[in-house]
Design a protein around this ligand. Sequence first.
Ligand code: AMP
Ligand code: GLY
Length: 427
Amino acid sequence: MKVLVVGGGGREHALCWAIAGSPLCDHLYCAPGNAGIAKTAKCVPISADDLDGLINFAKDQAIDFVIVGPEAALVAGLADRLKNAGIKVFGPSAAAARLEGSKAYMKDMLARSGVPTAAYGRFTDSQVAKDYISKQGAPIVVKTDGLAAGKGVILCNTVEEAHAAVDTMMADKAFGDAGNEIVVEEFLDGEEASFFALVDGTTALPLVSAQDHKAVGDGDTGPNTGGMGAYSPAPVMTEALEAEVMKTIIAPSVKAMADAGAPYAGVLYAGLMITDSGAKILEYNVRFGDPECQVLMMRLKSDLLPALIAAADGQLANFDLRWHDDAALVVVMAANGYPGSYEKGSEIKGLGAASALDEVVIFHAGTKADGDKVLASGGRVLGVTAMGATVTEAQSKAYTAVKEVDWPGGFCRRDIGWRAIAREKSE
Ligand code: AMP
Ligand code: GLY
């Protein structure tokens, strides 16, 4: 098969790394890819949001199967257009991708199907939103309806803060059109976990759990980022809890989407809050998490490609995947200054020594080759990933590898996995 992966971050490097080893894959392309991906796939300089360019390339090269990494292309309808062109694709239609593209749409679907989630209201009028907030009281959460690169969520400790958040989104348009409509929801207390399932329109096949660290600083402090590290499994997700999530959250959502005429096919990424009264869903994403995908791919024993094809073909019912019992942990190395402004172009050395370590893989997120040199070209730049019998062991291996990376232009958090490691210590 000729396979094309769309995207150029750490998630796509992990997907290419997993797929390159599949006996089904003869030719692997990635658009646009990065310096790390170029070692396993042929990178083509087409950006993930250039839908015309991607369709033309897939037709010209007679690509058999396309795997779409990032959400924006899915929300914009890339999967529909590939299908119309007769090309098989892993990733939901634009109609189903509204689960991530519109929080109001997602919340209405959850409410309709009785899935446990935070109580909410949706608003296009700022005064009505403020009145609702005053009535509910704080703490309370204000979110843009549309995509805002993970930044359109404001947790508010007071009613005044929440009123200000409404103005930031609706009057100041800080998130552009994403804030034309907003969702205001109940603040949920608990521990967060990410849970993933492959879905083929009707059947959902659970993958494994992971936990990421969104805040830039140690101790989960400072501004939010795309994710500074992750590990799998998430100890908070026991087998019983996974079964509960499949039954009360994933299955009714999949059914609701099919009933609404927008059957969901692709990977469903559930952002969960594990509260005292059980698992509740905070949000759906219509793609693999980044950097969660990196740890998932490290733990996957089975061939990924046939599973993704089965999801695209509606054939997941009798499918099974096998996983390593070992834990995996990824430490993200980011350019100094991220998630604020940062410089591009600094050289990264020591990657050979770091990746030569046992059970370590360095996934590239934002790199560019310059001859033999590897240069930083993004905010999140590397995902230093390791496996171990426990999260503690995986963490120790990952940080040993981080020490080998010689890159004064970058930094990382020093405590990825702290919650799981504290649990392991107390056991
Ligand atoms: P989201 O993009 O909706 O997942 O929100 C980003 C982050 O905000 C989540 O990972 C949570 O840490 C936090 N968050 C979102 N919604 C809530 C909520 N209703 N209660 C508490 N925290 C929330
Ligand atoms: N790691 C969070 C995300 O992919 O949205």
